[in-house]
Design a binder for this molecule. Sequence first.
Ligand code: ADP
Ligand code: MG
Length: 347
Amino acid sequence: MKPRWLNLLLIATLGLTACSEAPPQVHRAKLFTLGTLVDVSVLHQDEAVAQQAVTIVETELATINRQWHAWHDSPLTLINQQLAQGETVTIDSATHHFIQQAQTLATNSDQLFNPTIGSLVEQWGFHSDERPDGAPPAKERIDAALKQAPSMANITLTATTLTSNNPAVQFDFGAFGKGYAIDRAVEQLKRAGIKNAIVNAGGDLRAIGSKGGRPWRIGVRHPTEAGVIASIEIDGDESIFTSGNYERFFDFDGRRYHHIIDPRNGYPANDAISVTVIHHNAATADAAATALFIAGTTQWPQIAKQMGIDEVMLIGNDLTIYMTRKMAQRIRLEIDDAQIKIIGNET
Ligand code: ADP
Ligand code: MG
């Protein structure tokens, strides 16, 4: 008969082996921040490490949300008040970095991504936690706002100061802040040694690593029906962002008015119904999806080129799917009978 201590030793050894060989699990957590449901997936064998990773993400996203909220009292609303008074705003290095990146993206998009049109977005009723209802703003009000022509070109930035030569500049980083926050969260995850994860804010996400050796598979929402229109595999470190006319909108007199405003005419852009962009950097993907949505079916290839974006899928009003060649090579359409036009990424 084996001595009892040997049995115990065996069990202990087996236990250890089982533990060290346990395959890493995907741990998922849901957070509500940045005005949306954020889904964090972390692949790790140690539950405590995964928990810690979720806390890191939560902290980063909440910090950016608090800093850059466009209608709750925030450091941003304070900056907007100062700019409206023509004052010089004192800024720290994090603010400098944030605004500088937004300014570059605005320039490269020919100011279609224009995060200074906060007044227009507010007029349209989108500076609210509720869905706007009632009529669209009067055309005279929109024209008056357009005449003031606020843009990132009005902004002068130094390491410690921010000034605007146009008092109509009112920042609204709704088209960029989510991407910026996700970049920050992913950088912090990497610093903490996390290699495989997704930070997904309502379908806009950055993914790193893989799902235990298999690529992460991501669905792209169908713009007019339930379910997905396409799926894509992501392996490495990439962001995928979609801007659509179905995200925030209201209906009035049988017409839909949504939250992506064309700064050239002050009305919701209406030549596309959704745009998906893949890029390494989430902030760039976020701003680009918005800018290309406004650019629409004919101008998007030029703006994409200027912004350094080479993977795009744009869906027009008639559901024609426009794609760059690079996007077409990797995306899997989940619908039949799609009308597809491949444009760009020189043949
Ligand atoms: P979502 O936040 O639904 O993913 P977007 O990234 O396209 O959508 O951002 C839309 C938000 O960006 C709007 O709610 C508004 O705050 C802001 N916005 C609207 N039009 C523009 C524009 N032309 N340039 C920059 N920001 C805009
Ligand atoms: Mg965007």
